[in-house]
Design a protein around this ligand. Structure first.
Ligand code: ATP
Length: 138
């Protein structure tokens, strides 16, 4: 079976670069499967895992938004942050989740100084990291 190059780039590093058989990403309109020879397109990504298939192996990467660009020769993901399942500090993600939940709870109790949207985004990033980490341990 043919493969293609996948690159996942964040503002501070090349998070992933390698030949893959396929991947799934969560675009703003839902889950998208990308296989060799897919027609070129660009779409924004949700805060969600990217699941990569390499031979018989599957790997997940937690990605916090950004874009995927399918080109003729490769697929490029530009993400705000990206962590392989082995790179995730789950204690940190659990602490971030609890912090965000406390802020969301405070907002619901009408504390006007809490930025609800920011807390919701932080919660999404933390949940995504916890889910990707848990997938590794299944
Ligand atoms: P925190 O509140 O714990 O900093 P955050 O969601 O605000 O979490 P980001 O702004 O998304 O963090 O990421 C900042 C940097 O820290 C990025 O390089 C990201 O890859 C890394 N990072 C954040 N959380 C984790 C984690 N749980 N494990 C590994 N790397 C992480």
């Amino acid at each position: 079976m043919s493969t293609f190059l996948l690159e996942i780039i964040t503002p501070d590093h090349l998070a992933y670069s390698g030949e893959v058989d396929g991947l799934t990403v969560r675009g703003i309109e839902g889950e998208l499967g990308i296989l060799p020879g897919h027609i070129p397109f660009i779409t924004p990504l949700q805060v969600a895992p990217i699941n990569i298939k390499i031979g018989k192996e599957y790997t997940s990467i937690a990605v916090s938004g950004g874009f995927v660009e399918v080109r003729k020769d490769k697929v490029v993901v530009l993400a705000e942050s990206a962590e392989l399942e082995t790179e995730i500090d789950v204690e940190r993600a659990i602490a971030a989740k609890e912090r965000a939940e406390r802020r969301i709870g405070a907002k619901k109790r009408h504390q006007a100084d809490i930025d609800f949207e920011r807390a919701e985004l932080a919660l999404k990033r933390a949940m995504n990291r916890i889910n990707v980490y848990s997938h590794l341990r299944k």
